[in-house]
Design a protein around this ligand. Sequence first.
Ligand SMILES: Cc1ncc(COP(=O)(O)O)c(/C=N/[C@H](C(=O)O)[C@@H](O)C(C)C)c1O
Length: 388
Amino acid sequence: GFFGQYGGAYVAETLIRNLEELYGEYERIKDEEDFREEISQLLKNFVGRPTPISALHRITAELGGAKIYLKREDLTHTGAHKINNALAQAVLAKRMGKTRIVAETGAGQHGVAVATACSLLGMTCVVYMGAVDAERQAPNVQRMKLLGAELHLVHSGQKTLKDAISEAIRDWITNVEDTHYLLGSAVGPHPFPNMVRDFQSVIGEEAREQILEAEGRLPDYVIACVGGGSNSIGMFNAFLDDADVKLVGVQAAGEGLESGKHASPLLKGTHGIIQGSLTYMLQDEDGQILETHSIAPGLDYPGAGPQHSYLKDTGRVEYTSVNDREALMAFEELCRKEGILPALESSHAVAYALKLVSQLPKDALVLVNLSGRGDKDLSQAIAALEQL
Ligand SMILES: Cc1ncc(COP(=O)(O)O)c(/C=N/[C@H](C(=O)O)[C@@H](O)C(C)C)c1O
């Protein structure tokens, strides 16, 4: 469970047994024909895959540079890539004999995806969410409740994702007999980074085929936003061996990388252990996890998925960042000129693409992963745009 030195499972003894059982079951089940068939049927007939790739027109014409395609994970059922992982892990858990799912959520998209999977598969669903996040992602709180999830608001710590994850893990340790912890991103102890990547890799597999079909060649750049790192690794995975395809991970610079109010562990972090995994993280000199900031709740996380830390060190992926303001501007551009309402998280990837294309020749090709839709962000975005 390592990517170079990164990853592993640095957790309490009590958790090791759960993780070993999970890894064993995953390895046993993941290649079983009927498991794969069940997943692909659900992805097709319930999630609505494959999601399309949409070429931008007005923005591309205005910028006069490279052609941009968006991989439309906003068009999945529930409105973000999170459903790809939530469904697959819920099916796996059910096959392991679990009847109860516990999960954390920040932006609420993962929480909604888990509640959706549990409603469909007839499993009990408990979601932990920071009180601050519940406030700023209210539409997703309502959706989780309607889908039958039992929502626990977390009032400890910074009251965002990190605190929700700790509560969810505590619940899992207590109820391991009947409960699976459905981790929402490519972070945490082994086997989660591998499993979540595998379940999200459908994004890049589809997109690689679609771009070859549409353009007859591979893209010059593939760009995705990086919070915990699941939509990005899910997109990048299919292109890792295509040496000519440049991969760019975009982190949240918040109010600026030098402001101390950001969420860019891959740019400003150091080696440490966070939620059981050795990776780049934002910590003070005593190893205390630092507070983070981003206008996008889904990027507001102090750790990076361990595979991203490895890909940063090897140079296979370039990590960069975009601040709140740039993300908001990109959000508005897509709304006003391409008829798409993107999630604030996804807007970070679009913002970087818009900066990049003006420096590229007309015949260059850029593929951006649009990880989700902005329905959850409406009031936040409107308020923030009024401040611009
Ligand atoms: C639309 C959308 N785009 C990107 C992200 C960032 O998560 P990754 O793809 O795992 O880097 C997110 C992350 N959302 C999670 C959530 O909904 O709970 C996040 O807050 C946590 C699972 C980390 C998202 O909702």
